[in-house]
Design a protein around this ligand. Structure first.
Ligand SMILES: [Fe+2]
Length: 293
């Protein structure tokens, strides 16, 4: 029995050992036509806000009534010095009412300044000052949407010399002080460890076990950069074998939590992505009898 089995999920109606797929423009038509069995789909609140009519919006509206849903944002920019977008957060609050099974997540990052969105998840300078700022912003966010949030560890390709906390220490302090939770992207743990020549197993085991409430699985791509190479988080290929191994390690450390397969670029036919989702389900199955809510 995993150590977190006694914890209840934040959402209602979504089993801890569940596997899902992101909804995106590239797979919406096939999902719409075929309606495969999935424990949940992940949608972006930004798409509900930005898509005004059109085929994708119609499919999104229909599919979110058909499937269990979790909400994953990319525009909250919680670490930015600009004000939080109240209109957006009120939409999230409304979506959470419409989907009692859902949780809302975004990232440990910033991505906008004033009205300018960079369309990238930029890592934060990991200091005491940032931790205090993040805690304030998380509390404000949680107050507006009326629910705890999950934040996802991001991929990074550089580090700030001003940072005096490691990424995991930084995340641990924020979750401890704010009451928010971690959406653990296993691929980002692995890719960052490879890029910075660290041990992914050690990084994983340093996380506060009680803070984890969900997993992401994705494929990163090894790319030549200058004289060396880096794993870039493109989400355009299958999950690496080493990342599956790390996921199994995470399940044994933190227990089962809803796990998403992300494949948003070079998206293959649905049949192929469903094979990856099945790999998640297969690994969750041993937990599904003893570790539900
Ligand atoms: Fe992710």
């Amino acid at each position: 029995m995993p150590p977190t089995a006694s914890l209840t999920p934040l959402s209602t109606g979504l089993a801890r050992a569940s596997a899902g797929l992101n909804l995106c423009h590239e797979n919406a038509q096939e999902l719409f036509d075929k309606r495969p069995e999935l424990d949940f789909i992940q949608i972006h609140p930004e798409h509900v806000l930005q898509e005004q009519g059109g085929v994708y919006r119609d499919q999104l509206d229909e599919l979110r009534r058909y499937y269990n849903v979790i909400l994953h944002g990319f525009g909250l920019s919680i670490g930015s010095s600009g004000p939080l977008d109240r209109e957006y957060l009120l939409l999230v609050r409304q979506l959470l009412k419409e989907h009692p099974e859902a949780v809302f997540s975004d990232h440990f990052s910033w991505s906008s300044l004033s009205k300018h969105h960079f369309h990238d998840l930029i890592p934060l300078i990991q200091t005491e000052e940032t931790i205090q700022y993040m805690v304030e912003r998380i509390e404000e966010t949680q107050d507006i949407i009326g629910s705890p949030i999950l934040l996802e560890n991001v991929s990074s390709y550089m580090r700030y010399k001003e940072s005096n906390f490691s990424e995991i220490e930084f995340i641990n302090e924020i979750t401890k002080r704010s009451g928010c939770y971690v959406l653990l992207d296993i691929n980002n743990i692995w890719g960052n460890a490879m890029n910075f020549k660290e041990d992914p197993w050690t990084e994983l085991s340093r996380l506060r076990p009680e803070s984890v409430r969900g997993y992401h699985m994705a494929g990163c791509t090894l790319e030549k950069v200058g004289a060396g190479s880096l794993y870039i988080d493109y989400h355009r290929e299958a999950v690496h074998d080493e990342v599956w191994d790390l996921y199994e390690q995470a399940l044994s450390l933190f227990g089962p939590w809803p796990t998403l397969l992300e494949w948003e670029n070079n998206v293959p036919p649905l049949e192929r992505t469903l094979q990856e989702v099945e790999k998640i389900s297969k690994r969750l199955r041993p937990y599904s009898l003893g570790a539900e809510q």
